[in-house]
Design a protein around this ligand. Structure first.
Ligand SMILES: NC(=O)c1ccc[n+]([C@@H]2O[C@H](COP(=O)([O-])OP(=O)(O)OC[C@H]3O[C@@H](n4cnc5c(N)ncnc54)[C@H](O)[C@@H]3O)[C@@H](O)[C@H]2O)c1
Length: 386
């Protein structure tokens, strides 16, 4: 891969001011849980019709009387709630899969066959055994349906600024990359008061896509995003150490410390955990003289980018945001990419699957206590990690 190919041209932040938002009209959401509600609200904000389904009648009821009105002030009759078995098929501009990770690939295969205009599958895309990943990727390619993943941090306003700031950087000048998503999962359980604890959901099982490495894989994805931006390419070596919590009720990793090496030889670190309070979501690009840092929620409803200029002057840029804005930005980005066609998106299915290869490699490394390599020519399956 040459330098030009490594530094993929990212057109994803083109202005959506003049975007034909109305080109998307009908959206179907699988999963009336926490993310289903966030994305239903974002879609309604953009004026789209929303059908949301769930296999659990209690989740549908909770959406209408509890989650949605508490978060957004009132229930919205523009959202149609149905059981999984009654949900309409065909004619959707966007299908969103917001269910637990171990259900994503099966639902995605089914949804692709409906031939929607586009699809968004939540993170982590699949389980660490990568079951179904290659099949979904190949089918989406053969049907030419743009598919996105829920790594929304890389399409936020602060990330947009980062991408501009990183344009002049050359991979060989970058000395290291560091990303952390360290956040106690108490916040997740506060948002899901109906759950008794990690054992009541996929979160308590790494094999189902839970644990720190799967649940907070935003950090791996952000590391990859920065690596692409500076032209350092894909991660080809992973070394991981994890702390596993195991009992007859749960089996997950609560701390995942990873080092990565890329195609150009850049070495860096990534840490994810579900134990740190207060949370710290942070990224840093170290250059020979200068640095660039991204601080997510540095203050309530504020992201910051802090960078030095010519070794001395420190500049701080603030980006106001709210939780609803995160998801509105994400859907606006999807519209922008779909409208333009053939544009590389940092939340493309391919990028999300590259994150899954790193997740799978990290577990393999932590369990074998060896460095694990990734061979991207082998596709999105276990053969690619060795
Ligand atoms: N991008 C983000 O910032 C973000 C935030 C929250 C959650 N997520 C991701 O979204 C996914 C769901 O998380 P959540 O917190 O919303 O979980 P949740 O438990 O609140 O909701 C999931 C819902 O899916 C339903 N469901 C399960 N199988 C289904 C099926 N086959 N068809 C229809 N509904 C089905 C469940 O009954 C449940 O109501 C996870 O992958 C999670 O990591 C992403």
């Amino acid at each position: 891969m040459n330098d030009a190919e490594l530094r993929v041209v990212e057109c994803f932040f083109l202005s959506v001011l003049f975007e034909r938002i109305d080109l998307m009209q009908r959206v179907k959401i699988y999963g009336a849980g926490s993310i289903g509600n966030h994305l239903a609200h974002a879609a309604r904000h953009l004026g789209w019709d929303v059908v949301m389904c769930d296999i659990d009648p209690a989740a549908l009821n909770r959406t209408k009387v509890d989650i949605y009105p508490k978060r957004y002030g009132r229930w919205d009759d523009g959202i149609q709630l149905t059981s999984y078995s009654d949900v309409p098929t065909g004619g959707f501009d966007l299908i969103i899969i917001g269910t637990p990770p171990n259900t994503h690939m099966e639902l995605a295969m089914k949804a692709l066959k409906e031939k929607p205009g586009a699809m968004l599958i939540e993170k982590p895309l699949c389980t660490p055994n990568l079951a179904g990943a290659s099949e979904v990727y190949e089918l989406s390619k053969s049907l030419n349906i743009p598919v996105f993943t829920g790594y929304n941090h890389v399409v936020g306003h602060a990330a947009r600024f980062l991408s501009e700031l990183c344009q002049p950087i050359i991979a060989t000048e970058t000395t290291t990359l560091d990303v952390e998503f360290r956040e106690h999962w108490g916040g997740i359980f506060n948002a899901h008061p109906w759950l008794k604890g990690p054992n009541d959901t996929y979160l308590g099982f790494s094999d189902l896509g839970g644990g720190a490495t799967g649940e907070h894989s935003h950090a791996i994805n952000f590391w990859q995003f920065l690596s692409y931006l500076i032209g350092a390419g894909r991660i080809v070596e992973v070394q991981a150490t994890m702390n596993f919590v195991y009992s007859n009720e749960v089996d997950y990793d609560d701390l995942s410390v990873m080092t990565f090496k890329t195609e150009t030889g850049l070495l860096g670190r990534c840490v994810q955990d579900v134990i740190t309070r207060p949370a710290r979501k942070f990224a840093r690009i170290q250059l020979p003289d200068d640095f660039i840092e991204w601080h997510c929620n540095a203050e309530p409803e504020l992201d910051k980018v802090i960078h030095s200029v010519e070794c001395q002057k420190i500049q701080i840029e603030n980006f106001e945001k709210t939780r609803p804005i995160d998801f509105i930005c994400e859907l606006e980005h999807i519209v922008s990419v779909v409208n333009r066609g053939n544009v590389t998106s940092p939340i493309s299915l391919k990028r999300g699957l590259e994150t899954m290869l790193v997740v799978a490699a990290a577990y393999k490394s932590a369990k074998s206590r060896n460095t694990v390599k990734i061979d991207y020519t082998k596709g999105f399956n276990q053969d690619a990690i060795w």
